[in-house]
Write a protein that binds this ligand. Structure first.
Ligand SMILES: Nc1ncnc2c1ncn2[C@@H]1O[C@H](COP(=O)(O)OP(=O)(O)OP(=O)(O)O)[C@@H](O)[C@H]1O
Ligand SMILES: [Mg+2]
Length: 361
């Protein structure tokens, strides 16, 4: 059967790899753990997983483990018997029972407390649940899919997540890379969202000036696809005329750019070699902190004066330089570590070590 990934927009190699695994795992009953930073599309992916499974015409039951008060979560998940606690006036089935035959989506599983984690492990192993205040257990046929934006391995190390549950959930890991590692997807998504917001708003589709395109490309997108979506909505409302220009962009994006002189320089050289607009300085606002160094006319080695200017010691300064180069290499390589290492002229293992140290993985 053809994999249906409509709604999940993007053509980057890293996203295609996610689709490849999705295609294999969707038809099975395996437990899947979806990880990725906030706003990378974890929920979208889990819904696609259910849609592409043999359980697709059975219930899909999401529950946000981080949003429900701790003392209520157990009865939400497993239900309760009449009289189980003060307000339990009648029996109520839990989400596992409601999901029978289908898929339960345990979102933000990293927020779940240890006591309840044991009970989830039990359901996964025994395939049966026990209602709060109940005496017997009940068989359920539920596929479990969990998601988190935490690093569960670290949570396990810190004693906040049960190791046994982690391994039981992590049978098939699906990792959604951050948007900044998806290369050209930023442009594809920006275009897609802009088109859809303009359609909804009943206006002609707004296009982007070349500077805006480059700004979007080099912004780090800490809020990932959700942030891009929100910014496109904002542009679709605030832009006068049919082309969005740099002035229409939120301050945050411009400031971020000013702090990426090397990447901006690379953009300029690529742009000029392809005959596109090369004036990156128009992107950088004069008041931004590092803007005066953003577009040096020729390369100048840093001096002690630079350390003083940025109030950094040698180590921080070098760390900073290194991080910029690492980010740029990853961007250029579209997130492919082998290629990024090659661009940097270091071993892949060295690169991975450096990324780990900075939590950039
Ligand atoms: N590849 C994509 N194509 C189109 N829309 C996307 C894509 N990825 C995410 N989105 C949209 O971005 C928003 C955030 O996605 P989603 O809620 O799935 O992220 P999440 O990883 O679950 O975030 P959080 O960790 O904050 O819960 C949603 O509006 C979703 O529709
Ligand atoms: Mg989510």
């Amino acid at each position: 059967m053809e994999l249906d990934t409509t709604e999940i927009i993007g053509q980057s190699t890293s996203l295609k790899e996610v689709f490849r695994v999705l295609g294999k795992v969707a038809p099975t009953d395996s437990t899947v753990l979806v990880t990725g930073e906030s706003g990378t599309g974890k929920e979208l992916l889990v819904r696609a997983l259910h849609r592409n499974s043999s359980r697709c015409d059975k219930p899909f039951v999401p529950i946000n483990c981080g949003a429900i008060p701790k003392d209520l979560l157990e009865s939400e998940l497993f239900g309760h018997e009449k009289g189980a606690f003060t307000h339990a006036l009648r029996m109520r089935p839990g989400r596992f029972e409601l999901a029978d035959g289908g898929t339960i989506f345990l979102d933000e599983i990293g927020e779940m407390e240890l006591g309840l984690q044991v009970k989830i492990l039990r359901v996964l192993q025994e395939k049966e649940i026990e209602r709060v205040g109940g005496t017997g257990s009940k068989k359920v046929d539920v596929r479990v899919v969990a998601a988190t934006n935490r690093d569960l391995e670290k949570e396990v190390e810190a004693g906040r997540f049960r190791e046994d549950l982690f391994y039981r959930l992590n049978v098939i890991p699906l990792h959604l890379p951050p948007l900044r590692e998806r290369g050209g997807d930023v442009a594809v998504l920006a275009d897609y969202f802009m088109g859809s917001f303009c359609r909804k708003g009943g206006r002609k589709k707004i296009s982007f000036s070349p500077e805006v395109k480059r700004a979007l490309e080099f912004y780090a997108w800490p809020g990932n696809v959700r942030e891009l979506e929100n910014i496109m909505e904002r542009l679709s409302i605030l832009t006068e005329g049919n082309t969005a220009s740099v002035e229409d962009l939120p301050r945050k994006i411009l400031d971020n750019l000013a702090e990426m002189p090397l990447a901006a320089m690379a953009a300029a050289s690529v742009a000029s070699s392809t005959g596109a607009v090369a004036d990156v300085s128009s992107l950088v606002t004069p008041s931004a902190s590092l803007s005066d160094t953003a577009v040096p006319q020729s390369f100048v080695w840093p001096t002690l004066a630079d350390l003083q200017k940025y109030q950094m010691n040698l180590r921080d300064f070098l760390d900073n330089m290194e991080e910029r180069l690492l980010r740029e290499a990853l961007e250029v390589a579209g997130g492919v570590k082998n290629q990024a290492a090659e661009v940097l002229g270091i071993k892949r293992t060295t690169l991975i070590e450096k990324l780990k140290k900075r939590n950039m993985e």
